[in-house]
Ligand binder design. Structure first.
Ligand code: UTP
Length: 491
């Protein structure tokens, strides 16, 4: 642990002495926990960090239109433009690698979920589906189903390691929740939790804020903190030990996410990509979503605020938006690519700055919960590594089968619990109808991920059947074995 003298010296050099404002009033225990926390912060570089972040804030105002090009056609695959035979080729390639144990899932679950406003990790959220399943449970069960599909296809079940990145606030409770629920039927050895880093929060003048009299206000370093966290937690070594070659990275909050999607993985492998992004077509020029494109010959996600309306409205000869590749935080990386990023490029990652309302302790020691933004949080983004790829591809998928994020409270009316629930049930109705069943008006039919991953395996159960009351269609195992079907949904 760092000594008080060393802290004082560093804080004087960096003009952050306000952090010790209450030192004389602290008890022994408070002092030692404060020093322990300060030891985890890179105090030497805090001003450089703030300076870089402030520059980024200025840069953001610049529009990128004149430097942007769409991703070239040959790197732009689309599920809807691919015939069934080729889709099955990709699926087969993905399942083959899954059965060899070469595929891992990396779940980004370190966010604070401030917009949704719950006190527990977002993965534990239930949108009140008929089954009551949470996001974590559905994702774990999709992995279990994919292992069954790999076995059916190749004769070998394989493994998919589920790496879950948490942060200070979400780590302990996520761990306890998964443990209490027996990892939702996954092998405990294939579920690996690790924590991302935290960065100090600053006021607009670059002074670090105190969250309490003896603690600095810290926030997770963004989902791009994954690269540093992979190194700090020796996850790449763990991947190497397990023989993992391909990683599917995605956010925790897309209720439709196809975890370890064999089609996407197979497509990226067949194209020999080291980095891939799954995208959905923007639903209009004004949708506030980042688009994947080329800027000065490097791949990048350009935020909605970085394009003028004129460019956002551009259309190609087929009438599609020129810049339509909406980024959905769903990526493929080879472990080789991850290694390059972690060992070489991580320090070059761009810093993004968000003005936020950050609770702090004022000069008299009172905790203030501000009603307007009073400072900045600094974040890195997972997609900012696209610029370092040697072979990049994108894979466009239909929104209604793949993407419905949970970001907001219901009153916002968009990307919220009701829309996530609606979209999942709408998709499941579609699957039932496609398999020859019918669903009455206002009837809710939910399909267990243990029975069907993407609409397969339903015909024998639903063909010719009418569903006139709300139902959860379960796998045989779930019906026979209550231990498999009934998990605690909270702690
Ligand atoms: P968002 O940027 O939407 O943030 O995260 P959030 O934390 O879920 O919600 P708000 O903005 O506070 O309301 C997209 C994905 O990135 C993860 C989130 O958990 C989510 O899966 N994430 C975000 C991290 O893993 N770490 C972070 O520091 C930030």
């Amino acid at each position: 642990m760092i000594s008080l003298d060393a802290v004082k010296e560093l804080l004087e050099k960096t003009q952050q002495t306000q952090l010790l404002r209450f030192w004389d009033q602290l008890g022994d225990e408070e002092r030692s926990s404060f020093l322990a926390q300060l030891s985890t912060i890179n105090l030497k570089n805090v001003n450089e960090l703030f300076g870089k972040a402030r520059d980024t804030l200025r840069e953001n105002v610049v529009k990128l239109d004149s430097r942007m090009k769409p991703v070239p056609q040959e790197l732009f695959g689309a599920e809807q433009k691919t015939d069934d035979e080729e889709l099955d080729l990709f699926r087969g390639a993905g399942l083959e690698e899954i059965s060899k144990g070469s595929v891992a899932v990396l779940l980004l679950a370190g966010g604070e979920g401030t917009r949704l406003g719950v006190s527990y990790p977002k993965g534990m959220y239930s949108v009140d589906l008929p089954s009551g399943k949470t996001l974590f449970q559905m994702q774990a069960e999709r992995i279990r189903r994919i292992l069954t599909l790999a076995k059916e296809r190749t004769g070998k079940k394989g493994r998919v390691c589920w790496y879950i990145m948490t942060s200070g606030r979400t780590n302990r409770i996520t761990r306890k929740y998964l443990e209490a629920n027996d990892y939702f039927g996954l092998d405990e050895n294939d579920v690996v939790l690790f924590q991302q880093g935290l960065l100090p929060c600053f006021d607009f003048e670059g002074k670090i804020l105190l969250a309490e009299r003896n603690s600095v206000a810290l926030a997770p370093d963004g989902n791009g903190g994954i690269y540093r966290a992979l190194d700090d937690n020796r996850i790449l070594e763990d991947m190497e030990r397990r023989g993992i070659k391909y990683v599917h990275i995605h956010s925790v909050d897309n209720i439709l996410v196809k975890v370890a999607d064999p089609v996407f993985i197979g497509y990226c492998i067949k194209k020999q990509a080291d980095c891939g992004a799954k995208v959905v077509s923007k639903n209009g020029p004004n949708e506030a979503v980042g688009v994947v494109c080329k800027v000065d010959d490097r791949f990048q996600v350009v935020e909605y605020s970085e394009i003028t309306e004129e460019t956002a409205k551009l259309r190609d000869s087929a009438g599609n938006l020129t810049f339509r590749a909406g980024n959905i935080c769903n990526h493929f990386f080879t472990t080789e690519f991850l290694r390059r990023i972690v060992k070489q490029y991580e320090p070059e990652l761009k810093l993004h700055v968000a003005k936020k309302k950050i609770p702090y302790v004022d000069e008299s020691g009172d905790t203030i919960v501000p009603s307007a933004p009073n400072g900045i949080k600094i974040e890195k983004f997972v997609f900012d590594v696209f610029q370092f790829t040697n072979k990049f591809v994108i894979w466009e998928v239909p929104r209604f089968t793949e993407f419905s994020p949970l970001k907001n409270i219901d009153s916002v009316g968009k990307d919220c619990p009701s829309t996530a629930r609606r979209d999942l049930l709408h998709l499941h109705k579609y699957y039932v109808e496609k398999a020859g069943g019918s669903v009455g008006e206002d009837v809710e039919v939910e399909i267990s991920p243990l029975l069907s991953y993407a609409g397969e395996n339903l015909q024998t159960i639903v063909k010719g059947k009418s569903f006139n009351s709300s139902t959860v269609i379960k796998s045989d195992d779930e019906c026979n074995n209550t231990a498999n079907g009934h998990f605690k949904h909270s702690l």
